[in-house]
Design a binder for this molecule. Structure first.
Ligand SMILES: [Zn+2]
Length: 97
């Protein structure tokens, strides 16, 4: 009987844990996109909370938002850059190689 009770307790703890994790995940997916958009200048540029998707700038390696970055269409796909400088140097290295 005590075994039975403690296994119920274990199950409850597991359910509570899963519920808490799911809740945290939901907040993660919901929160950031809204808080950043239009928000401003003082945030660190590497902060992953910007609107859109975070993608890697192939030149300097920093992460940029697909909504805020400089873009280049190449072979049907889009490449994203943190700045015009990175875009230019990418184009140069592409034509040289
Ligand atoms: Zn860059």
């Amino acid at each position: 009987m005590i075994d039975f009770l403690s296994s119920i307790l274990d199950a409850l703890v597991a359910v509570t844990l899963i519920w808490a994790i799911l809740r945290a995940l939901k907040n993660l997916f919901r929160g950031p996109a809204q808080t950043f958009v239009g928000a401003g200048k003082s945030r660190s540029p590497a902060h992953p909370a910007a609107g859109g998707q975070m993608v890697r700038d192939p030149v300097c390696g920093m992460f940029v938002s697909t909504e805020l970055s400089h873009r280049l269409q190449e072979d049907g796909k889009t490449v994203y850059f943190c700045s015009e400088k990175c875009l230019e140097s990418y184009q140069k290295s592409a034509t040289n190689a």
